[in-house]
Write a protein that binds this ligand. Structure first.
Ligand SMILES: Cc1ncc(COP(=O)(O)O)c(C=O)c1O
Length: 367
């Protein structure tokens, strides 16, 4: 328990519970703090057992309280996806942040420089253009740590070959205001072995060139229970704090591990089989990611079959009186991270008891 993590303290110190889930309005996001804590602890234990550093990706929750809780449990720092998220986390007191993104243009570089002056920051580059922007901005007295982003099969950003990684590292090393921080990759889904082989081949080139690779950062939630083979030194799972239907499909979590649900009210029963909820794409997102439906009703096999902005429609398999208008259901979304970005606040619960609300301060900080 720590003063640095008020929600953890609030939850654990709660004596008189004044509110339960029945007392709060819908639609709202509920976060089960007991499941959050169990998910964080399990991942941290795995990291320690396998010998890699855990640097959780906070894009999933965008909450400094949970970033600090993960650090308190042993994470080395956090990962964020956007500069705006990094600023929010730094403002809240997080001191070690990895921003695996090419930061492009003078406006953002000025913000990056200001951020680097106050925390331990690292970023990525996958082109000479990115490195040139960093090199022109930073000076030796406040050097920026830059990792080379590698496309080890994921097909997004990243240099395409180990030779290109080495060339970019040489450019970073040659710049007085930059420090070579190592290699970073976002591995392809279920492609850990292939990705690690790519990285190992690249590191062999660095060895031959006599260039040390201080950090090798990889990882996501779908592959998080895979043993962390060399050469990876750090992993960045994000969704694991909440899990969701995707992670359950990928068999890295069970429905009982899912910590984020959207609380919904039945607003219409037009037919004996149709149930309409007050949660549409503006509460659940329209991410299908190959799933059947837009969310699962907790404790049932019912899914939200169709969605408009403020309505979610369930078709019951057989005519049924349940649920009635006014009944409330909890929905496990397909993709928890996008739901976090849709709500200003989340409600923290332990069982049916409400511990309090948290402002999602990183929400909308995609700048
Ligand atoms: C660069 C990077 N690292 C880590 C992650 C975390 O992956 P996951 O959400 O599967 O845990 C993501 C997810 O988008 C990512 O883009």
């Amino acid at each position: 328990m720590s003063d640095g993590c008020p929600i953890y303290k609030t939850n654990r110190d709660a004596i008189a519970v004044t509110k339960t889930i029945a007392d709060i309005d819908t639609p709202t996001v509920l976060i089960d703090i007991d499941r959050v804590e169990a998910n964080l602890r399990r991942a941290q234990a795995h990291a320690e057992q396998e010998g890699y550093a855990l640097r959780p990706h906070t894009k999933t929750h965008k909450l400094p309280q949970f970033a600090k809780l993960a650090i308190e449990l042993g994470a080395v720092g956090i990962t964020v996806q956007k500069l705006g998220e990094a600023e929010v986390m730094a403002d809240a007191g997080v001191t070690d942040i990895f921003l695996p993104y090419n930061i492009i243009g003078p406006l953002k570089l000025a913000r990056l420089k200001a951020l680097n002056a106050r925390i331990t920051l690292s970023v990525t580059a996958d082109s000479s253009d990115s490195v040139a922007g960093y090199a022109a901005t930073f000076t030796a007295d406040q050097a920026l740590t830059v990792l080379v982003e590698c496309d080890s099969g994921g097909g997004r950003c990243g240099v395409q070959t180990g030779a290109q990684a080495l060339e970019l590292a040489r450019q970073i090393i040659a710049a007085p205001g930059l420090r070579f921080g190592g290699l970073m990759t976002y591995p392809p889904l279920h492609g850990v072995a292939k990705s690690n082989a790519w990285l190992s081949d690249a590191i062999a080139l660095f060895d031959t060139a006599g260039i040390a690779v201080p950090r090798v950062s990889s990882g996501n939630s779908p592959d998080m229970w895979e043993p962390a083979a060399a050469p990876v030194t750090e992993r960045r799972p994000g969704t694991y704090i909440y899990f969701d239907r995707i992670e359950v499909r990928e068999k890295v979590a069970t429905l009982d591990d899912c910590a984020l649900t959207v609380l919904a009210t039945v607003v219409s029963r037009p037919t004996a089989t149709r149930v309409v909820l007050d949660t549409g794409s503006k509460s659940l997102s329209s991410d299908l990611v190959g799933m059947d439906g837009y969310g699962l009703v907790m404790g049932t096999e019912l899914v939200i079959k169709t969605l408009s902005e403020e309505h979610g429609v369930i078709e019951m398999p057989t005519p049924s009186d349940w649920p009635r208008i006014g009944d409330r259901l909890r929905i496990i979304p397909n993709h928890a991270c996008v739901v976090s970005n849709l709500f200003d606040t989340v409600t923290v619960v332990s069982g049916d008891n409400v511990s309090g609300t948290l402002k999602v301060v990183g929400r909308g900080r995609v700048d």
